[in-house]
Design a protein around this ligand. Structure first.
Ligand code: GDP
Length: 531
């Protein structure tokens, strides 16, 4: 029997979720710096460009530096092996982020202290909630003017439906903050103005919040405000309940500033202590525990043509149980084939390295001979279970695409198929349509442009793309559905998804309600019922 327990116990695999500009790139880099994983915070700029314009995104994609598309950043800190699942910055690629969250055991929700809970935060939080993973909150940009912390707690509770437990608390009046009070240690930390490390821990200030030493440092008004706040928190706030955190009902809340490093180390250390190690995963044969001897993993991301010179395709797997060894042969449940894992790669910020072994919670990039799909299971020879399917995310924008040059039909279909396997877009077919075409569905507009660009540059196919006037897709469920008999669909379109399931494309939610009312025998599902 393998003794996997020590390896499992020290692993933390998580993703950072946030609305663009909250500071995710900055925080990620700071965490990596603490872990000694990068020499210089150099990739921030490159990654930032990705979010602003398609042209920039493509320029970077051409070079495909690993910092742009990397799927995981790994480092060691204080006895822990940390895997940060990296997610694209631009919200148009949120589908990618949703899938990446499948591979995480916890999430860090980053919120701008001045802006509070924003749209993208809400969407991503919902995915974490559905998965039931613990969420840790980092309220960022404390060095700037910000909102009242009680107000932020209330917003998190109202908008996201989770209660927050402040681990530390901002010191200051009217949104003008000068530091934090750490509840656990009854200690204050103040920003160091112009300091080297951006952080200054007062050596002699450990003690109760009403310690006169605090008063002297903070001044009467600020000190009084802090005492009042802490008294209120102690009296009216939640108890810290570890089980509630683990169950996703309570979020430990930290305040700090990624840019100035303030509160980042404290956050990292507390987070690593509280965040769960690799968790069991649901499969067709029940829960698979990480400490089982038999190796298992699932694919959560596929990235084709990362290196244009080699035309390689990488499948990123999350290890769920057992030990991974280079060159091992595994069973690929979806194709029923045995596959040898010859050149496993791991990513340390900008560098790829070949790895010899890996453990549950780790992410490994595999060369994909073109057989893997997102959500696929790999397991030990002799086993044949499958992990739970990945959720399908409802597309919100649609277009019809076809090859400009019909002679390029083959490359077109190949490109579309591969990019769909990668999860770049969802495709549908309209069976009675006279020309070879696909209807594609996406969450963000940029996905259309990236598809067009990649088909041209990676497959040599120019396409015609016509946007379609629908914004809602619904999978139809009912007995013997005859789409022709469905009423009020004059402005809609019936298509089939990749597994030939019937889907209705409808112009808007209002129209959808009308169609639903007229067809009470049919269920209109946001995602396929067997997904
Ligand atoms: P992302 O879009 O979430 O990846 O955000 P970035 O990390 O790129 O940060 C967005 C902007 O906020 C950049 O200009 C950062 O320099 C700035 N920023 C990030 N963290 C802080 C912080 O703690 N304080 C201040 N004042 N600015 C910050």
């Amino acid at each position: 029997m393998l003794n996997l327990a020590p390896e499992i116990a020290k692993r933390r695999t998580f993703a950072i979720i946030s609305h663009p500009d909250a500071g995710k790139t900055t925080l990620t880099e700071k965490l990596l710096l603490y872990g000694g994983a990068i020499r210089l915070a150099g990739s921030v700029k490159a990654r930032k460009a990705q979010k602003h314009a398609v042209s920039d995104w493509m320029e970077i994609e051409k070079q495909r530096g690993i910092s742009v598309t990397s799927s995981v950043l790994q480092f060691d800190y204080d006895g822990y092996r940390v895997n940060i699942l990296d997610t694209p910055g631009h919200q148009d690629f949120s589908e990618d982020t949703y899938r990446t969250l499948m591979a995480a055991d916890s999430a860090v929700m980053l919120i701008d202290v001045a802006k509070g809970v924003e749209d993208q935060t809400k969407k991503l939080f919902q995915v974490c909630k559905q998965r039931g993973i613990p969420v840790f909150t980092f309220i960022n940009k404390l060095d700037r003017f910000g909102r009242n912390p009680f107000e932020l707690m209330e917003e998190i509770e109202k908008v996201l439906g989770i209660r927050a437990y402040p681990m530390n608390w901002p010191i200051g009046i009217d949104g003008n903050y000068s530091g934090i009070y750490i509840r656990k240690y009854a200690q204050i930390e103040l920003f160091e103005r112009g300091g080297v490390h951006g952080q200054w821990i007062l050596p002699s200030t450990q003690g109760s919040v009403d310690d006169p030493a605090f008063k002297e440092i903070l001044g009467d008004d600020v000190h009084q405000a802090l005492c009042d706040d802490i008294a209120l928190l102690d009296m009216a706030g939640d108890e810290f309940d570890f089980d509630k955190v683990a169950g996703g009902e309570l979020t430990p809340m930290f305040f700090g500033s990624a840019m100035t490093n303030f509160g980042v180390k404290l956050f990292l250390e507390n987070f690593l202590e509280l965040a769960p190690p690799p968790m069991p995963r649901v499969s067709s044969e029940g829960l698979i525990n990480p400490d089982e001897d038999n190796f298992s993993a699932f694919v959560f991301k596929i990235q084709a043509n990362m290196n244009p010179a080699h035309r390689d395709r990488l499948a990123f797997i999350r290890i769920c149980s057992g030990k991974f060894e280079r060159g091992m042969t595994v069973y690929h449940a979806q194709s029923g084939k045995l596959v040898k894992l010859a050149q496993p790669q791991q990513f340390l910020a900008q560098e790829r390295t070949i790895i010899e072994e890996a453990y549950p919670g780790d992410i490994v990039g595999l060369f994909d001979p073109g057989i893997f799909g997102i959500g696929d299971t790999l397991c030990q020879e002799g086993s044949s279970f499958k992990f739970q399917d990945f959720p399908v995310f409802p597309p919100e924008q649609f277009a019809r695409v076809q090859a400009k040059d019909t002679m390029k039909r083959k490359q077109f279909v190949k490109g579309m198929t591969q990019l769909t396997q990668e999860g770049a877009v969802q495709i549908f077919r309209q069976p009675d349509y006279p020309v070879e075409s696909f209807i594609i569905g996406v969450v963000g507009t940029l996905q259309f442009e990236v598809l067009e660009y990649r088909l041209k540059h990676e497959y040599g196919v120019d396409i015609l793309m016509n946007r379609l006037p629908y914004s809602v897709a619904r999978w139809l469920k009912g007995d013997n559905i005859d789409v022709k008999s469905i009423k009020n669909m004059d402005n809609g379109l019936f298509v089939q998804d990749i597994k030939d399931r019937p889907v209705a494309l409808i112009s808007n939610e209002w129209q959808l309600r009308w169609v639903m009312e007229r067809n009470p025998d049919i269920e209109f599902l946001v995602v396929p019922h067997d997904a």
